[in-house]
Design a protein. Structure first.
Length: 82
């Protein structure tokens, strides 16, 4: 990971974009992180991992719910799959 000031990144944007293909670039404004530049491939990986984590959390929440279980045969019938 590389950290640089936004003004420096602005002055050499093509090089910064190329660098972001191999590692994350943290852009700072007034000494504080303002943005992160990453490759499209890394962005896709992160979004997939995030969506998978959301699915796991939703599954865990559903399992934790109280109430009767619905038999699989009833679910299929309700969906018109039988």
């Amino acid at each position: 990971m590389v950290t640089m000031k936004m003004s420096a990144a602005r002055d050499k944007l093509p090089e910064v974009v190329e660098l972001a293909r191999s590692e994350a670039v943290i852009l700072e404004r007034y000494g504080h992180p303002a943005a992160v530049l990453i490759s499209p491939e890394r962005y896709d990986e992160l979004m997939t991992a995030f969506e998978d984590a959301e699915d796991v959390a939703a599954f865990d929440a559903a399992i934790a719910e109280e109430g009767p279980n619905i038999p699989w045969e009833q679910v299929k019938a309700d969906l018109g799959w039988t």
